[in-house]
Ligand binder design. Structure first.
Ligand code: ADP
Length: 485
């Protein structure tokens, strides 16, 4: 297994076009969550190495910003092709460090390529404006320019695609990047560095550092050369990064936590709703920020929905991501399992009924049984806290307005889903839900063509769509006078 992926398993950082160790020589171990075995190490870098990466990116920016959008698109298309040519090896590497089933890893790598291609194309459509002037002898131009060096910090749950959807628009816009992948899953990020180098991006355009999150984060947020921070991760860390970026007034885009509600109305088709529920809940073993955190099901359909979701949950095959047919891999670490256990215990104490799963899986380690909890109620911790695990709490509701109110009763506003066959209700509920992403009769909706991003404490800015490149651009107004007209 290691043989196939070893080309991409870089145990070094990519700074200014060179593969380097940490100054101190210190390393961090990377563990396969399915076997609990160490698969390798990566450098444990800190502020000094990050500063050098930023300076290399600044140096590269001077010439990179002057390249044409068309030339940048050519390189991005090469990167896209290289990702797809190596999809299998990259997917296996992803499974080894992250644990997700191979089919999901392949799909993630496919998404990474798709983001890169989408922004190769969008980069050529960064239009400015020529605005009708209020003065007869002056003209008004509005132009868009790359912001400069960007700092990208990414999480462990989608270690490949979260980086691709930051680096894609950044490079297309003419920015250069310093990226910090999560310490649990650094290889998929470093692999994008390997491929960027092979695709022919100039030295310093892409830099990747691993190591101390707070040291690297502090340098990225405090260094005035960095003009934008893009982050995907917890709301807690996102708030710290926003505060730290204030000192040098950087642009920030934040993809933060969610607490997705999934509403099922009496008039919904139960089979389709359950199919959507399984997809929206159990993908990546519940470890995505758009995974359903709370099911709200109307009283007339409640018992049937619970019964069918329990059946579907019990059918899920738990195992190592590399085994054929696995649908549920391990959770990322012991802390994640403890959190899931705590939330289940809290629900059970408050009257919740565990009707499927409920405990650690017999495979041991961080494998957990996919779980359904019926009779969930608003005083349970799921109501406010992100589960990030394979647990489906099902609340009962009576009226449409009550469901929308419950769904909105959270500080988060990332994804939500609802199932109904009534067109009027579909519009009322859609307009009532304070969420950035809404699936109507659909459980999986992310795609490169559409803007992904949360409201409220789920974040700022959009990734994907034509909107996703905007955050990497500055707008300039130019007034040209003295034309003698
Ligand atoms: P999770 O709880 O899902 O691991 P985090 O927000 O803790 O999410 O981590 C997401 C990313 O943010 C990771 O790359 C992590 O190393 C990084 N990170 C964590 N703490 C900080 C920090 N203080 N400054 C900068 N980055 C951080």
């Amino acid at each position: 297994m290691l043989k196939k992926t070893s080309h991409f398993m870089r145990e070094a950082n990519f700074i200014g076009g060179a593969w380097v160790e940490a100054d101190s020589g210190a390393t961090i171990e990377v563990v396969n969550p399915a076997t609990r075995q160490t698969i390798g190490t990566v450098p444990k870098c800190g502020r000094a190495e990050t500063r050098r990466a930023i300076e290399a990116a600044e140096e590269a920016f001077h010439s990179w910003k002057k390249t044409s959008a068309n030339d940048r698109a050519k390189l991005l298309r090469k990167l896209h092709d290289a990702i797809l040519d190596n999809q299998e090896a990259l997917a296996e590497l992803l499974v080894m460090e992250q644990g997700k089933p191979l089919a999901e890893a392949r799909a993630e790598v496919g998404m990474s390529a798709a983001y890169v291609l989408w922004y190769a194309e969008e980069g050529r459509r960064v239009y400015g404006d020529v605005v009708p002037s209020p003065w007869a002898d002056r003209r008004i131009l509005v132009t868009k320019e790359p912001v400069g060096v960007i700092g990208a910090i990414t999480p462990w749950n989608f270690p490949s695609s979260m980086l691709a959807r930051k680096i894609g628009p950044a490079l297309a816009a003419g920015c250069t990047a310093v990226a910090k992948p999560a310490s649990q899953t650094p290889y998929s990020g470093l692999a994008l560095g390997v491929l960027a180098e092979e695709a022919g991006f100039p030295a310093g355009v892409v830099n990747i550092v691993t190591g101390s999150a707070s040291e690297i984060g502090d340098e990225l947020t405090e260094n005035p050369l960095v003009r934008k921070i893009t982050f995907t991760g917890s709301t807690e860390v996102g708030k710290v990064l926003i505060q730290k970026s204030a000192g040098t007034v950087k642009k920030v885009s934040m993809e933060l936590g969610g607490n997705a509600p999934f509403l099922v109305f009496d008039d919904a088709g139960v089979e389709r709703a359950v199919e959507g529920a399984v997809a929206a809940k159990y993908r990546n073993s519940g470890q995505t920020c758009v995974c359903t955190n709370r099911f709200f099901v109307q009283e007339g359909i409640y018992d049937r929905f619970v019964e069918k979701l329990v059946e579907a949950t019990n059918r899920l095959k738990v195992g190592s991501g590399l085994e054929d047919g696995t649908q549920q891999g391990p959770l990322i670490d012991e802390k994640a399992v403890e959190k899931v256990e705590e939330l289940i215990a809290d629900a059970a104490e408050k009257g919740g009924k565990v009707v499927a799963g409920g405990k650690r899986h017999s495979l041991g380690g961080t494998f957990f049984e996919p779980t359904v909890i019926a009779e969930a109620s608003p005083e349970m911790r799921f109501m406010q806290e992100e589960i990030f695990g394979p647990v489906s709490p099902i609340f009962r509701f009576h009226e449409e307005e009550e469901a929308v109110k419950l769904a909105n009763d959270t500080a988060f506003g990332l994804a939500c889903y609802f199932y109904t066959a009534d067109l009027g209700r579909a519009f009322r509920v859609m307009e009532g839900l304070k969420y950035g992403l809404i699936g109507v009769n659909e459980g999986i909706i992310t795609t490169v063509e559409a803007p992904f991003g949360g409201l409220k404490e789920s974040g700022l800015g959009k990734e994907g769509g034509h909107q996703g490149i905007e955050d990497y651009l500055d707008t300039k107004y130019v007034c040209i006078g003295g034309l003698g007209l």
